[in-house]
Design a protein around this ligand. Structure first.
Ligand code: PLP
Length: 829
């Protein structure tokens, strides 16, 4: 699709002008980074008109707004995505070509906005893309971390973290909005004032520390519809007036403390994925952005509405996991203390405005704040939570008289902890899981008591991904081919049209074209790997890919143990037929997650041994791609033959990587976990490779003390051998201790953890068999092409457009907005 408003000549002039006025240089003299900035400012210029038009339309139509509250937005790069969604990518590419500038090289100058860890943060980013593309009014609300997700280097096989100073060259797309600053208060004490004239009690926070929250807005461009929504991320700064006042009073110490608080609060993203660490600074971050966002939303509402009781008709706060669930109490605080409402009316409004998305059932990920910490940091919010809890416990006792077990299990405050998930469920009108299986497990296991008490709150919203980034931008060859075959580009906004490709599974020529594109994408990835890893891989080999955060439940250890097993097989039976395979890994481990880091080291050690063993004729290669992130993910998905989705069943709530692989034509090798279940349902089990324990079986073992891995170890010589190779020095230059912890984790119960908690040995045989099936299937070239193509053809359900439409229909009830572009004669576009 061409954008008629994007005129090549004026765009070129704009870029030239920007280079001149920003850097006093010509295009020829400018560095690639300077060209990136100059091009981005030219693009932003074009976005601004639509941004204004959208906000004007919102003022006119007064649609309901969803505030997507998330500690994480894993946005990746903006330039290419903005051009795609403005439907101007190809014109800009041509315009830049004519100036001797390579758009791809310019795009590579942009640092990823890595304000997230993994799936949860990327989901938030995909949702913003879909909300804008579907024409719904939305804000993303988050934190402008000065340092995002760390950069990963591999040194001597070990992960080394370096800071991600993503803002060092400036962010051309952001807009600082000083005028919308909000004060956020921490600590101190609450003085209770009784007003005799009104008979009302007031709660006044005293002796607090506070910071100013300053919003930065980033445009979220909808696809081809002139809608531009906003990602609003908050920076913190000290309150200067207060500081001076303190200084005058000689309270120098307090002034310095407030400076420090402002500086530290937005300093860095916590690099934990699916893990709660209980750090005080983390709770400060949560309250900081939640309070600022809710204050801003209420102020915006009040500008054009007089009755706050109708807030739920115009606003929903969607809480992405428990991280922002202090929102429930903060909204109550604003309604009670600042708007002088009674408890019941404030509660009525709050419980119709807040909604909660659950992302995990794993106990180590559940946020439970110690009450002493929580009440010290947020004294008024804590009082409110006490009252919410008091009233809720009365309800439990009414419903289950004499059943104190229920109270213990469901109370918000219990065992000196604030249970954030319980606060979210009680204080919200909707609780959703993120894949069908996950929602069922929530209802039947983890949240069973809540489901019994309030079944109508519970619903499922299976995750999705945006095809704009993960196909149109990431895999332009396949995107163009799909457009040609479907005879329309409408799949970009209607992914169900992909099913129109299904007949091509019987078309030999189309299958060959499809696999030729896959081959070209494999060449592109091979080039990336050679440049970044110095390893040469053969694009004719099977590209078997596992990229995702490193976590024991995701079982990268199962994958690499199987590679060790294959290597043994090839060494022992050199004559055995074996289809060449390249195992590709990419994963960051949380900096403090020792065992995850050991697994990274093991993968790199196996890579060293295997890749340098000339006796196996390059049949096996192992590659660990450094610094896995959104920008290189786009290249990796496009090139994958096999999608490894091998989590212990019941542990992966949904997964979204699985969907990106499917979109790009890579069959799933996986367990019946998360959204894999629904992927198989869509594509057919014959077009996937499913293995292993079911979630019911896993849960059953868990409820009965686990299983005995030693028995498997003793009875299966192949397994015995690879497990022993962890401690016999094979992959550690003779060091028998380097991987002893991994060895022990598989065979011994230790420190409250069961032996092989994640059923790696239990599933090993089934996994190896499934891998054998992959090999057999791949050898049938046309049969494989069919499977691959059908994965792309059947991926329609997994667009985040579908997910968002379900949120709108069942939870948010937003109004669709149509934006008429401003035709500004003085503007250049
Ligand atoms: C999609 C994505 C994820 C999530 O991957 P899963 O396999 O679902 O865990 C993590 N990181 C990046 C960069 C992604 O693009």
């Amino acid at each position: 699709m061409y954008n008629p408003r994007f005129d090549k000549k004026t765009f070129k002039k704009e870029v030239k002008n920007n280079v001149k006025s920003l850097y006093r240089k010509t295009v020829e003299e400018a560095t690639p980074q300077q060209l990136f900035q100059a091009v981005s400012f030219a693009v932003k210029e074009a976005i601004i008109d639509d941004w204004i038009a959208t906000q004007n339309q919102y003022k006119k139509d007064d649609p309901k707004i969803v505030y997507y509250m998330s500690m994480e937005f894993l946005m990746g790069r903006a330039l290419g995505n903005n051009l795609i969604n403005m439907t101007a990518y190809k014109e800009v590419q041509e315009a830049l070509d004519e100036m001797g500038i390579d758009l791809n090289a310019i795009e590579d100058e942009e640092p990823d906005a890595a304000l997230g860890n993994g799936g949860l943060g990327r989901l938030a980013a995909c949702f913003l893309d879909s909300l804008a593309s579907l024409g719904y009014a939305a804000y993303g609300c988050g934190i402008r971390y000065k340092y995002g997700m760390f950069k990963q280097k591999i040194e001597d096989g070990y992960q080394v973290e370096t800071p991600d100073n993503w803002l060092k060259d400036g962010n051309p797309f952001e807009l600082r909005r000083e005028e919308y600053a909000k004060e956020v208060r921490f600590g101190g004490n609450i003085r209770v004032e009784y007003d005799v004239t009104t008979g009302k009690t007031h709660f006044v926070q005293e002796n607090y520390e506070s910071v100013m929250a300053i919003p930065y807005d980033m445009p979220i461009v909808g696809y081809g519809n002139h809608v531009v929504n906003t990602l609003r991320i908050w920076d913190a700064k000290a309150i200067v007036d207060f500081q001076l006042e303190s200084f005058d009073r000689g309270d120098y110490h307090k002034a310095v403390e407030q400076e420090n608080l402002a500086k530290t609060i937005v300093e860095v993203l916590y690099p934990n994925d699916n893990h709660y660490a209980g750090k005080e600074l983390r709770l400060k971050q949560q309250y900081f952005f939640v309070s600022a966002s809710i204050q801003a939303a209420v102020a915006k509402y009040k500008k054009t509405h007089s009755d706050l009781h109708k807030l739920p008709e115009k606003v929903t706060f969607q809480m992405n996991d428990t991280h922002p669930t202090v929102a429930v109490a903060e909204l109550m605080r604003i309604l009670l203390d600042e708007e002088n409402m009674e408890w019941d009316e404030a509660w009525e409004i709050t419980t119709k405005t807040c909604a909660y998305t659950n992302h995990t059932i794993m106990s180590e990920a559940l946020e439970k704040w110690p009450i002493d910490l929580f009440s010290r940091l947020l004294p008024r919010v804590y009082q409110i939570i006490q009252e919410i809890d008091r009233r809720f416990v009365i309800k439990i006792r009414e419903m289950y008289p004499g059943n104190e077990e229920k109270v213990r299990k469901m109370a918000i405050l219990y065992n000196n902890q604030v249970r954030m998930a319980h606060l979210a469920i009680v204080g919200g009108f909707s609780v959703n899981g993120v894949a069908r299986l996950h929602t069922e497990i929530l209802k039947q296991q983890e949240l069973r008591d809540f489901y019994e008490m309030m079944p109508s709150k519970f619903n499922n919203k299976t995750n999705g991904i945006t095809q704009r980034r993960f196909l149109k931008h990431g895999n332009p060859l396949l995107a163009d081919w799909v457009t040609e075959k479907l005879g329309t580009e409408d799949w970009v906004t209607n992914l169900s049209l992909m099913e129109g490709l299904k007949p091509l599974a019987e078309d030999t020529k189309a299958l060959a074209e499809f696999m030729d594109i896959k081959y070209k994408n494999k060449e592109r990835l091979a080039k990336y790997i050679l440049e970044h890893n110095g390893v040469s891989v053969d694009p004719r080999s099977i590209f078997d890919v596992q990229v995702k955060r490193l976590h024991e439940y995701k079982r990268q250890l199962l994958n690499i143990l199987h590679v060790m097993y294959l290597y043994n097989q090839i060494k022992e039976h050199p004559e055995m037929s074996f289809y060449p395979r390249t195992f590709i890994f990419g994963a960051k481990a949380s900096a403090g997650y020792i065992r995850a880091k050991e697994i990274i080291k093991l993968i790199n050690s196996v890579a060293d041994v295997v890749n340098n063993d000339r006796s196996i004729n390059g049949k096996l290669k192992v590659v660990f791609i450094e610094d896995y992130r959104v920008s290189n993910a786009e290249i990796i998905f496009a090139a994958a033959d096999v999608s490894e989705q091998i989590s212990t069943a019941s542990k992966e709530a949904s997964g979204t990587g699985n969907m990106k692989f499917m979109l790009n034509g890579a069959p799933t090798l996986g367990t019946m976990d998360g959204a894999n279940v629904e992927i198989v349902e869509e594509v057919g089990i014959e077009n996937a490779f499913i293995f292993g324990l079911s979630s019911d079986e896993v849960i059953n073992y868990e409820n009965n003390g686990g299983y005995n891995p030693v028995e498997i170890y003793n009875n299966d010589p192949d397994i015995h051998r690879v497990v022993d190779q962890l401690i016999d020095g094979t992959y550690s230059n003779g060091d028998t201790e380097m991987y002893r912890d991994l060895y022990n984790s598989l065979l011994k119960a230790q420190g409250g953890a069961r032996a092989d908690m994640y059923f790696i040995l239990k599933d090993f045989r089934a996994y190896a068999d499934a891998q054998k099936r992959v090999e057999e299937a791949y050898k049938d070239t046309e049969g494989w092409a069919k499977k691959a193509l059908l994965n792309t053809a059947c991926c329609g359900k997994f667009t985040s457009d579908r997910t968002i439409q379900e949120y709108v229909d069942d939870i948010w009830h937003l109004d669709k907005v149509k934006v008429e572009p401003i035709i500004d004669q003085t503007s250049q576009y």
